[in-house]
Design a protein around this ligand. Structure first.
Ligand code: HEM
Length: 507
């Protein structure tokens, strides 16, 4: 069950009909599966792998359908056409976030970028962070990611060919990119400070996806009953605020603050907004919550994507060889730079295909209709919650041939895959704020890893990773082990991974 927030959409009496035998909820709203009295479609929304379940419902009810849950009305979008119509073409109608009781408690009263509703204050906060990220991307981002990629290389060499789960190492690498961006701090894997920060942020994300907490938004009466997961969530939020508050305080006291860090840029923005006449006044809470946004949005996502990439490459080792050979041919022994992308199309195709098959934020973040509007000709009343099912759009058989197979070649010339139908970062006013950072990381981390190591399934008789994964707010691969064999420095193209499996991997 996801956090939908509360929609105030009026529900009129239901009447049977609509494609796939769905029922109509509100004059003009898209039809959808019939729900239970009072509970609505709670059972659908409580499914284990929700993105897959919503995708299956789309086969029956079409690319746009309605679900209800308590007092919430949700419209689920399942194709790239309808998602682009709502998020990009009609962005100003659908740029809101659900008004949510629990969301407000975890986001400093809605002052975070990801959960804050669309407002002038939100726009200024988002613009400041975006501008700083763009400036940083032009100046220091590559060097920062390269440093982390080389640190990761040392960690992998230290494993000495042992079978290991790399998920935590990927988290440390991605997290160091963000902590450097925000308050110029890097950590080792053993750092207690880092462990505390991560356990706290991870707990918040997993509790946030828990049905016991989502239910508080859809069924307000439940707020009066004791709720242990909710009490834990509030405790973790207090711990998070304490840790981040301490970091910001330390940063403010430092003499040598970089002009480019998000914190110094936001501090300047706050100062300026205090004297400005446009009525927008940013506060320390905006700075605090923007830091939380970047840490939560920028760590587990990138780390999960790296784990997915290795998992798929273990299933199709010949693709790993192709990427390696391509780099050997183009780079002549040097490490890649971001500007090498056009000359490394196979690597680019792998990145796109993993983003397609496993968009790590599979249902994006719920949107809210700011006014009455329409999608695909259906009437969408103000305050309806909109769920962009990116996972569903990326598995749409009318757009992607063999949608369940890992086939990077579809993104090579003549392969038929259209990058414009990829929506892993969302779109419009709520487009992922860290897309540039993420794309630099995906490219450089993957290129460095595949240039320096041959990855093999972990240990004698080890099976290949499970590719279904576990879907919560972030879509993660189940834990698996891998062996990283260092490549010879002088590239030997004759040596590639053993051909364990040929042909496409049907997932
Ligand atoms: C593979 C990596 C990533 C993917 C696939 C991804 C995807 C997404 C998606 C789908 C959304 C929701 C868009 C919507 O609401 O329609 C989002 C929002 C966001 N992402 Fe990312 N993301 C990634 C990495 C990052 C990184 C590295 C950062 C930070 C540096 C970041 C920061 C954010 C923030 C702050 C938002 C909220 C934007 C808003 O509400 O205006 N993400 N991301």
């Amino acid at each position: 069950l996801w956090l939908w927030g509360t929609s105030r959409t009026p529900l009129s009496s239901a009447s049977a009909g609509g494609p796939g035998g769905g029922h109509f909820l509100h004059k003009g709203l898209p039809p959808g599966p019939r729900g239970l009295p009072f509970l609505g479609n709670l059972l659908d929304l409580g499914q284990d792998h929700l993105p897959s379940h919503l995708t299956r419902l789309a086969r029956r009810y079409g690319p746009v359908y309605t679900l209800t849950c308590g007092s919430s009305t949700l419209v689920v979008l399942n194709s790239s056409d309808v998602i682009k119509e709502a998020l990009v073409r009609k962005w100003s109608d659908f740029a809101g976030r659900p008004i949510s009781y629990t969301g407000s408690l975890v986001s400093g009263g809605g002052r975070s970028i990801s959960l804050g509703d669309y407002s002038e204050e939100w726009r200024v906060q988002r613009r400041l962070v975006h501008q700083t990220l763009q400036r940083y991307s032009h100046s220091s981002l590559q060097a920062l990611v390269r440093r982390q990629a080389l640190a990761l290389r040392e960690v992998l060499i230290g494993y000495n060919g042992r079978a290991v789960d790399l998920a935590e190492d990927f988290t440390v690498a991605a997290s160091n990119v963000i902590t450097t961006l925000t308050f110029e701090k890097e950590y080792g894997k053993e750092s207690e400070e880092l462990q505390q920060l991560h356990s706290c942020l991870n707990n918040i994300v997993s509790l946030w996806g828990s049905p016991w907490i989502s239910a508080l938004d859809s069924f307000p009466l439940l707020r009066k009953l004791p709720n242990r997961p909710f009490s834990r969530l509030l405790k973790e939020v207090a711990r998070r605020d304490d840790i981040i508050g301490r970091h910001i305080k330390e940063y403010k006291l430092r003499d040598n603050q970089s002009e480019d860090s998000i914190t110094s840029s936001l501090l300047k923005g706050i100062e300026q907004s205090i004297g400005s006449e446009d009525g927008v006044r940013l506060t320390d809470t905006h700075l605090h919550m923007a830091t939380v946004d970047l840490l939560i949005g920028g760590t587990e996502t990138t780390a999960a994507w790296l784990s997915w990439t290795l998992a798929f490459l273990l299933h199709r080792p010949q693709v790993q060889t192709q990427v390696y050979e391509e780099m050997c041919g183009v780079l002549e022994g040097r490490y890649p730079q971001y500007s090498d992308r056009p000359r490394l199309p196979v690597l680019g195709a792998v990145i796109s295909e993993v983003l397609r098959l496993r968009p790590v934020a599979p249902l994006a973040v719920p949107h809210r209709a700011l006014r009455d509007s329409s999608i695909a000709g259906y009437f969408i009343p103000k305050d309806t919650v909109i769920i962009p099912n990116l996972f569903g759009a990326h598995h749409d058989p009318s757009v992607w041939s063999e949608p369940n197979s890992f086939r990077p070649e579809r993104f090579l010339e003549g392969g038929g895959g259209r990058a414009r139908d990829l929506l892993a970062f969302g779109g419009g006013a709520r487009l992922c704020l860290g897309e540039t950072v993420a794309r630099t990381e995906l490219f450089l981390f993957t290129a460095y890893l595949l240039r320096d190591f041959l990855f093999l399934p972990g240990g004698e008789g080890a099976g290949l990773p499970d590719l279904e994964g576990e879907a919560s707010v972030v879509l993660k691969v189940k834990s698996y082990k891998v062996i990283a064999v260092p490549r010879p420095l002088e590239t030997d193209l004759a040596v590639g991974p053993p051909n364990q499996q040929s042909g496409d991997t049907a997932l």
